[in-house]
Design a protein. Structure first.
Length: 264
């Protein structure tokens, strides 16, 4: 399997992080979702590079570092949260499989990650500037999947009742340089294995920042799309979809009956 992420660089970026405000917002969102589940979880675990965010939110939870092999005992948890780091995984399906294996029957997985159009304006601006200056383009942002494709990963991991949805977080900055500084403060700097191993030319950065679309007030808007994946470990008590062809009445018959009732 090709290596997407330089894990040592990622660890350095996270170690320097000073303002994970977006992670706090996403953690709050996960808490709100759990509050809507009619169940009390007694053996939760959180896969996270920032365990301090969860110590008060989920007291007593097993806090597990984000690594290729997760420190999760098989069948020991009734809730696993994968906290906004799946987009850096070389094998996201493998991560979900490990989380699913850690769940007992009817256990819940909640995984959050950046997806889709996250930082689309920044990606386009820097790509255009680099092509104009050098004639080529280096990888700067980890590839991010669409909601439908990411939702399919849950089934591949063997989870039931899969749901995938997206929540946009729009953040305003004085300029594009402030956005880039904030990304470093969040620990989300470029950690791709194929990135340039030297500083980006100043001219490329200046041109990229000039290309970033700004509002009438000169401020720029950055969109972070956070995808939330939820799935349940299969259990006999769960509702199950009907077997194809098992309906006692066909859709055509139902529609025809409805038409006749309307005409009558």
């Amino acid at each position: 399997m090709a290596q997407l992420t330089d894990r040592s660089a990622l660890a350095r970026h996270r170690g320097r992080a000073t303002a994970p405000f977006l992670r706090e917002a996403v953690a709050d969102e996960v808490q709100d979702r759990l509050a809507e589940v009619n169940r009390r979880f007694t053996a939760p675990a959180v896969v996270t590079p920032f365990p301090e965010l969860w110590r008060e939110r989920l007291p007593g939870a097993r806090l597990v570092p984000d690594a290729e092999v997760l420190d999760l005992p098989e069948g020991a948890q009734d809730l696993v949260i994968h906290d906004l780091c799946l987009h850096w995984a070389d094998d996201p399906v493998g991560q979900l499989v490990q989380c699913a294996r850690a769940l007992g029957p009817d256990g819940l997985l909640v995984a959050t990650l950046f997806g889709g159009l996250t930082l689309a304006d920044l990606r386009v601006a820097l790509a255009e500037a680099e092509v104009a200056a050098t004639g080529g383009m280096s990888p700067r942002v980890a590839p991010m999947g669409e909601v439908r494709d990411l939702g399919n990963l849950l089934g591949r991991a063997g989870l039931a009742l899969p749901v995938a949805d997206m929540t946009p977080f729009d953040v305003s900055y004085p300029d594009a340089f402030a956005l880039m500084r904030d990304l470093r403060a969040m620990g989300e700097g470029n950690a791709l294995e194929g990135r340039l191993r030297r500083f980006t030319r100043r001219a490329v950065l200046l041109d990229g920042m000039a290309r970033y679309p700004a509002g009438k007030d000169g401020r720029v808007l950055a969109r972070f799309e956070v995808v939330t994946l939820t799935g349940w470990k299969p259990a006999p008590s769960q509702p199950k979809p009907l077997r194809p062809g098992s309906a006692a009445r066909s859709l055509a018959d139902a529609l025809d009956a409805a038409r006749q009732e309307h005409e009558g």
